[in-house]
Design a protein around this ligand. Structure first.
Ligand SMILES: O=C1O[C@H](COP(=O)(O)O)[C@@H](O)[C@H](O)[C@H]1O
Length: 229
């Protein structure tokens, strides 16, 4: 049975999500989290940055996925998370782990994966265990950068790439399915009437869509507004 938390609108939903995140933080003030980009989480990031009770020294922030694009581009998830959250909180520079824009997509992927392996001190065949992951759902059922075209439910990689998919503007690097599913708390944040149809399909676990494969170790919860539900 899906856990769903409904908000009147995106503002109200984002505040509910801050409260949810804060409860997780109170239980475990040392957190390793991964955040998605896109438009939907901006309000959540702003409200989270205003939560003065959070000591960001004890939180490490990773990025769920990013486009292979310069970091100052408006299409960069790094840029979005930095400008709407990181720039407004007191967090040590080394606590923000992002996907660098290197010469090739493969180099960016390798750099990020090495960063994860080192940070979590992983042995071979181990996955990082994030405490909290924020995900979105695209209209095509993608989540992170796991699109119907590049998604492989049997992949054993920590990170993956979305490459040469004609309908998307940029190639991308992403946390892969096993990494996402090895996380404790996963939230899907979904807003707006254009997400209504795909949300119902993902809630019914329609296997055509990568978002339907997400499971969490402790809790998977959908934060949705009235328009999307
Ligand atoms: O492409 C992306 O879009 C999804 C969904 O974004 P949304 O604004 O429509 O919720 C996002 O989760 C992902 O990180 C991003 O790269």
């Amino acid at each position: 049975m899906n856990k769903i938390n409904i908000g009147q609108d995106l503002n109200n939903l984002s505040q509910k999500l801050v409260n949810y995140f804060f409860k997780i933080y109170l239980n475990k003030p040392l957190l390793n989290i991964a955040l998605s980009g896109g438009n939907t989480p901006k309000k959540f990031f702003q409200l989270l940055s205003e939560k003065k009770e959070i000591n960001w020294n004890n939180i490490n922030i990773f990025i769920v996925d990013d486009r292979h694009v310069s970091l100052d581009s408006n299409d960069s998830n790094y840029n979005l998370i930095k400008s709407s959250l990181i720039d407004h909180i007191n967090i040590p520079k080394e606590n923000f782990h992002f996907i660098p824009y290197l010469k090739t997509l493969e180099e960016s992927k390798e750099f990020y994966e090495n960063d994860i392996v080192k940070f979590f001190n992983l042995s071979e065949n181990e996955y990082p265990n994030f405490d909290f992951i924020l995900l979105g759902i695209g209209n095509d059922g993608h989540t992170a950068s796991l699109f119907p075209e590049n998604f492989n439910q049997n992949s054993i990689e920590i990170t993956t790439v979305a490459k040469n998919i004609n309908r998307i503007n940029y190639d991308r690097v992403s946390l892969d399915l096993q990494t996402l599913n090895n996380s404790n708390y996963i939230v899907f944040l979904v807003s707006g009437k254009n997400k209504k149809e795909i949300l119902q399909k993902v809630l019914k676990k329609d296997k055509k869509y990568p978002a339907s494969y997400i499971k969490a170790k402790k809790e998977l919860i959908f934060f949705v507004d009235n328009a999307a539900y």
